[in-house]
Design a protein. Sequence first.
Length: 183
Amino acid sequence: MAAITMAALLAGSAAAAQRPVDSSVQASPIKPPAPAPAVDSSVEASPVVVGPKTTPPPHIAAGTAIALRLERAANSAQMKNGDTLAAVLTAAVPVSGGKSLPAGTKVGLSVVETIPAGKLQSAGEFTLQVVSVGAVNVATEPQEFEGKPGHKDLPDSAPAKGTEATLPAGAKLTFHVQAMPKM
């Protein structure tokens, strides 16, 4: 019986030797990439901070009044949407951390919208919003300024071209900081 088993084994190995060999199955000199390290979710959610402690950027509290003075005139005929106007603080503004920005600090005003007189309506108009006080980014409520409408011959007639909306250089304005939207 041992002879039959041995003969069967020899016949099986002979058949195996006659099968075609797939060269792609042979050992490749390119090694597969190492498996990625296991991710430990407790490390991702760890409250431990590595490195120096960072402080949040300064901010101006919602509702804070920002009194300013324009450095140059504003005119609805000359401005474009997105333009920036320069101004300076006329009074100190408190910021987080018990500090404040002194009078004279630069203020950036953004032209949110402007329409020259006679384009869509007879009077010119523009809307301004404070976007920065010194190095502190801020968003205030927008303020709209309008020129005077043109004369109407009859109550239902179209008005003549009115005046441009203007603010002279040195104009004093007060804006209020908006609350940040909740996410």
